[in-house]
Design a protein around this ligand. Structure first.
Ligand code: FES
Length: 321
């Protein structure tokens, strides 16, 4: 029989129970004997089965397929069935918490209702103009191949857990729902690309992403939600959906760089908010005053770079493409 190394490690778990201590979260340490092949999930199951039957957690396939075991390990969302315990131990200790940005039900289980509501909000199904064909619709390979990555999503919620926008903006659709939206926006069998994009450029949609890359970092299936969001932004601009602040900011940024080679931040704000949008500009006054006092107010007028023409040529080439 193969012998494996055993050792004692400390696993700290965030506990929470609506029926205990007014639902107040607390952290509990467990000293667990583990073997070197253990995943984090193996250790959690050992705790539940041999040390503390009150511990609540969710898992099913134990093979990174079902997406039910996403949790935060040392502060970062992971599928615990895919995460080897030794890879996350620091001084023989690890902390496990439920996924973020979703309400906790008990201990390590979260309520995924907000996740599913947002998924439903993007109409996650094909909407062809005509009735479904009698025979199979065979899409050309080259039209589908770029969707393979996004179809790998197992809805584990890791990206939503660590999304920095969702921490401050509840109505943001979030990386999982937006990646799902892309899957249909870019599907050649769907006939509602424009209608879908018109909804997605609204508040809470594609322009709310701050490109922090957390979703890319934690996705266990390399779905890369942020790049899908950027692709939809580019599509919406091509379709001249320029109304919202996000689109205006992107267009202003490009035109300022194109004309002078330098980003004039004062003009960037004015062009984004609108020169005559008095209310929005008044709201920015405290920021302007703080910047002035800190000596960080950008100049109203800025000069151009020396080789402006070379830059213009680059833009010309890009626009031609
Ligand atoms: Fe299914 Fe982890 S238990 S993905």
């Amino acid at each position: 029989m193969v012998q494996t190394a055993k050792e004692i490690v400390q696993i700290t778990i965030r506990r929470q129970d609506p029926e205990v201590d007014n639902n107040k979260p607390y952290y509990q340490d467990y000293n667990v004997e583990v073997e070197d092949w253990f995943t984090v999930l193996d250790a959690l199951i050992k705790i539940r089965e041999q040390m503390d039957g009150t511990l609540s957690l969710r898992c099913a396939c134990r093979a990174s397929i079902c997406g039910s075991c996403a949790m935060r390990v040392n502060g970062q969302a992971k599928l615990v069935c895919k995460t080897k315990l030794t890879s996350v131990l620091k001084d023989n200790k690890v902390t496990v918490e439920p996924v973020g940005n979703m309400p906790v039900i008990t201990d390590l289980t979260a309520d995924f209702k907000p996740f599913w509501d947002k998924m439903h909000a993007v109409d996650p199904y094909l909407k062809p103009e005509e009735e479904a064909p009698e025979a199979e619709y065979i899409a050309p390979n080259e039209d589908m191949v770029h969707l393979v990555g996004v179809m790998n999503c197992i809805m584990c919620g890791a990206c939503v857990s660590d999304c920095t926008v969702l921490e401050v903006k509840d109505n943001f659709l979030g990386p999982a729902a937006l990646a799902k939206a892309y899957r249909f926006v870019a599907d050649p069998r769907d006939d509602t690309e424009t209608e879908r994009l018109e909804n997605l450029v609204e508040d809470g949609g594609i322009w709310d992403c701050t490109r922090c890359m957390q979703c890319v970092e934690v996705c266990p299936k390399d779905v890369d939600p942020m790049d899908r969001i950027m692709a939809m932004r580019a599509n919406s601009l091509k379709k001249k959906m320029n109304k919202g602040y996000g689109a205006r900011h992107a267009n202003a940024f490009t035109s300022l760089i194109k004309s002078s080679g330098i980003l004039n931040e004062t003009l960037l704000i004015l062009k984004t908010k609108g020169f005559f949008n008095i209310i929005e500009l008044i709201k920015l006054l405290p920021l302007a005053i703080a910047a002035q006092l800190a000596g960080k107010r950008p100049p109203f007028l800025s000069h151009s770079i020396k080789n402006k023409d070379k830059l213009k040529n680059i833009f010309k080439k890009l626009e031609k493409k």
